[in-house]
Design a protein around this ligand. Structure first.
Ligand code: HPA
Ligand code: ZN
Length: 332
């Protein structure tokens, strides 16, 4: 199964670039940029990655991101992830970045995006990996701040495919961001949102009804609402699920109890993704391997997840079809 997963062509649709910051790079950048981090060693950092909720992770994740300062830092961060993609046979990626995490500590929007885009372009030329960027608004901050970020992004609009919504979900429902999502949609951005990770199924419904998203990030809690389940199925609204993330943040107690296979069997357009691989103990292939084992997935289930990853992407139909054909032909 490991080799089947390794060589299978895949897309990744739920990946925070700040969540790919490995402890080794964190240390190197902290030293280079003279930034203090509360860890003595790489081992020390790894030990700190014990989470009991989304918030306990976010606190450490935002602190880690503080070592990123220059365009080169963002380039190095992104290139390290893209090298992983090459290694794992990930042919297409749709990457989240959190501009406010950086602009709020004085890093220019242009510094972040120029570094990230430089690496994306380079990886497309060198490895043929295609990619889109999705700018995420931090939902623990105000809608005014999100609007300000949207305005700041406009000079770089040609680099950005869509907008998303992440950070602390509980108490920050999609309804808080209705206006900025409408503005983003009017400006031609695709819309997605994290919903139903810790928040209940009403967050998913709100994301669909009020933010008009075309994908739900996570969506684990959709099963609480049977009508919603039918709607997700009828409209084939993709869920970008993240198994190891949900396990590490205790959204699920054991991957044997994870609902991904049940949702897939019900007919939802489910995809598997890594979310923040440097923090959750695995990149995309490790996520596929973990659910293959815990949920007893067949090769056909795995193939379906890979096909879904392209179906649910923002690629043009002809490109999607080409990738999907490749997966259908894949034998091992
Ligand atoms: N949920 C919310 N915000 C995030 C996540 C997540 O899984 N990862 C990075 N920011
Ligand atoms: Zn996420």
């Amino acid at each position: 199964m490991k080799y089947f997963i390794q060589n299978l062509p895949k897309a990744e649709l739920h990946l925070h670039i700040e969540g790919t910051l490995e402890p080794e790079l964190m240390f190197r950048l902290a030293k280079k940029n003279s930034i203090k981090i509360p860890y003595k060693s790489v081992e020390n950092v790894k030990k700190a990655y014990e989470f009991d909720s989304l918030q306990s992770f976010l606190d450490i994740y935002y602190a880690g991101a503080s070592v990123l300062k220059t365009k080169e830092d963002f380039y190095d961060l992104t290139m390290a992830y893209l090298l992983k993609c090459k290694e794992q046979n990930i042919l297409h990626v749709e990457i989240f970045f959190d501009p406010q995490t950086h602009t709020n500590r004085g890093i220019a929007f242009g510094t972040v995006i120029e570094g990230v885009v430089g690496a994306l372009n380079n990886a497309q030329e060198r490895f043929g990996i295609t990619s889109f960027l999705i700018m995420s608004f931090l939902r623990h901050l105000s809608e005014e701040e999100a609007i300000k970020t949207l305005m700041e992004s406009l000079p770089y609009k040609h680099f950005i495919k869509g907008v998303g919504l992440d950070s602390s979900e509980l108490g920050n429902p999609p309804s808080k961001f209705q206006k900025v999502f409408q503005m983003a949609q009017n400006a031609g951005f695709k819309c997605v949102a994290h919903a139903g990770e810790e928040g209940d199924s009403s967050y998913i419904k709100e994301a669909l009804d009020l933010l008009h998203v075309s994908r739900i990030d996570h969506g684990v809690r959709c099963e609480e609402d049977k009508q919603l389940m039918q709607r997700l199925k009828d409209d084939q609204i993709p869920l970008t699920m993240c198994p190891l993330s949900n396990l590490k943040l205790k959204v699920v107690d054991d991957l044997k109890n994870y609902n991904l296979k049940r949702l897939l069997d019900f007919g939802l357009l489910v995809t598997a993704n890594s979310d923040d691989p440097a923090y959750f103990g695995g990149y995309l292939n490790e996520n596929y391997e973990a659910i293959a084992k815990s949920l007893n997935l067949s090769k056909d289930d795995i193939r379906t997840l890979a096909i879904n990853s392209f179906k649910a992407s923002f690629l043009d139909k002809e490109v999607k079809d080409k990738y999907i054909e490749k997966i259908c032909q894949y034998q091992m």
